[in-house]
Design a protein around this ligand. Structure first.
Ligand code: PLP
Length: 310
């Protein structure tokens, strides 16, 4: 297969990249699922996203473990072994030639051949793909910090309804809040849980720094791999971490705020609902954790190097 560029098919433009589905590697523009797939019709799908930075996967083993846990909880079956799964993801990246990539593995409930209403009749479909790396924060926002809005009117789907540890596309709460945040002039948003505590944002976890310690929500949010990496880094640096309910007051009174995601890493927040966080510049603890996070991207203990052709 030749290196795909931006693909155009049926009048639509797709990012450069390579997908794997139904046993084949394809240009991103040719990877399609049926409109009858339960993944589309009922959001009956789980996924995981890992990134490749400078030709290396970061903590791929943890992402595959989380994907397996999500699959088991939803009773979805991916027949590939963990090694085969890893090889497919590596091959997507290798064929794409991308040195910085956003790599997704997903499994939909699939299509039921008779359009039956019984999920057990659907044939589960595994898809993987690698596309150019994308970040929640752009280069300027990474340097200067994001302008975040805490939204009060839309609450995160409670864990009693959808288990947030099953990484999912139930994002209508997050997207609704995002539009409200844009209307208010913010760059991104964080929403609260049903109890009124701070939860998470569209694709990221949140940390408040107060008196030298980190505070991050525990319940009702995805336990992000970046969140876990920050907790690991804090442990190495002797920084205390409190995981538990994060009240609005703690966030508003924070010395520093940052958000974490595979899509962007550790990202400073320097304005909250229009007000500067302290002096309005990324704080010292955020910067120190940011530095170590990216240093770990060169550490073989956390990375897997892609062998590109040529
Ligand atoms: N919370 C939600 C809702 C997410 O979708 C994501 C990532 O997509 C995260 C948090 C951050 O998780 P990770 O650090 O594993 O990317």
């Amino acid at each position: 297969m030749t290196q795909p560029d931006v693909g155009r098919i049926d009048g639509l433009t797709y990012p450069r990249g390579v997908a794997y589905m139904a046993g084949q590697f394809l240009p991103m523009s040719e990877a399609r699922i049926s409109v009858l797939d339960w993944g589309l019709l009922h959001s009956d799908v789980t996924y995981d996203t890992v990134h490749v930075w400078d030709g290396k996967f970061f903590r791929l083993d943890l992402h595959i473990e989380r994907f397996r846990r999500s699959l088991a909880k939803l009773r979805l079956v991916v027949t590939h072994s963990d090694d085969a799964l890893r090889d497919i993801l590596v091959e997507c990246v290798r064929r794409s030639g991308l040195r910085h990539a956003y790599v997704e593995m997903l499994c939909t409930r699939g299509v039921s051949p008779t359009f039956s209403r019984d999920p057990r009749d659907a044939i589960n479909q595994f898809v993987a793909f690698a596309v150019p790396y994308g970040s929640v924060a752009n280069a300027q926002q990474l340097r200067e910090g994001l302008h975040l809005h805490l939204i009060d009117t839309v609450r995160r789907i409670p864990p009693e309804s959808v288990d947030p540890q099953i990484k999912n596309y139930h994002w209508l709460d997050l997207v609704t809040a995002q539009f409200q945040g844009f209307d208010a002039g913010a760059e991104t948003v964080v929403i609260k849980d049903i109890d009124g505590n701070v939860a998470e944002g569209p694709g990221f976890n949140i940390f408040a720094v107060k008196a030298g310690a980190l505070h991050t929500p525990e319940r009702g949010v995805l336990h992000g791999i970046t969140r876990r990496t920050v907790i690991d880094i804090a442990g190495r640096q002797g920084i205390a971490v409190h995981t538990g309910a994060l009240g609005e007051d703690t966030l508003r009174d924070a010395d520093e705020i940052f958000i974490t995601s595979t899509a962007g890493g550790v990202m400073p927040v320097t304005r909250l609902n229009g007000e500067p966080v302290r002096d309005g510049a990324p704080g010292a603890i955020t910067r120190s954790i940011y530095r170590t996070y990216w240093e770990w991207h060169d550490d073989p203990a956390y990375t897997l190097t892609v062998e590109y052709a040529g």
